[in-house]
Design a protein around this ligand. Structure first.
Ligand code: OGA
Ligand code: MN
Length: 192
């Protein structure tokens, strides 16, 4: 699985695999996300980092919840243990020097989107890779919210639950208009 992602990453700037976690684990993350969401723990996402954060309705319309390593469920721990293992492999085989990561859950309600952007901030170039683990249940054609990556070619990725996408944070990308509730766990692998 790691080889497949890394091969695709080298070839086209992004890699994508399905069933990164088991269906039960994915279901658990989805449930936990929704619990937090219904407790009103999510906040409107902005653009920029803590030094220049602004809300921009015309750019993005998702809400997010940052994960805190000190209060995670077993499945969340499993996700990050597996991710750490993958990062170790990536660092050994590709000399990527990933030293840290940060993750948030994201909810796009019907009508939400995130216009074309890059994930690396102007005032902080530590974000090396962007990663999304989709949690939407039963995504189908017409539900929208596809991820569009503008690499050498334009690639459209359907945000199906269980799918794991990994791409260079310098690549332009966009979340197309969502026609239904779209759920994900999204994060960045960072240099020291
Ligand atoms: C982001 C982003 C892509 C996606 O949160 O910066 O581009 O498919 N997400 O959710
Ligand atoms: Mn992005």
């Amino acid at each position: 699985m790691y080889e497949e992602i890394i091969h695709d990453l080298m070839e086209s700037g992004y890699g994508c695999v399905d069933n990164w976690l088991s269906a039960e684990q994915t279901e658990h993350l989805r449930k936990h996300l929704l619990e937090r969401y219904h407790e009103d723990a999510f906040k409107r996402a902005g653009i920029g980092n803590k030094f220049n954060l602004t809300l921009a309705d015309e750019v993005r319309k998702d809400t997010i919840f940052w994960l805190d390593r000190n209060s995670m469920t077993d499945t969340e721990h499993f996700f990050f243990d597996k991710l750490s293992h993958f990062i170790g492999y990536l660092n050994r085989t590709c000399f990527t020097g990933i030293a840290d990561y940060e993750f948030h859950y994201a909810v796009y309600e019907k009508g939400a989107f995130y216009k074309k952007h890059v994930d690396r901030f102007n005032n902080d170039d530590k974000r090396r890779f962007s990663l999304v683990y989709y949690l939407t249940e039963n995504w189908k054609d017409g539900d929208g919210g596809e991820l569009c990556i503008y690499g050498q070619n334009q690639s459209i990725i359907q945000p199906k639950g269980g799918r794991f996408v990994f791409f260079e944070s310098t690549l332009e990308h966009e979340v197309l208009l969502s026609n239904t509730q779209r759920l994900s766990l999204t994060g960045w692998l960072k240099l020291r």
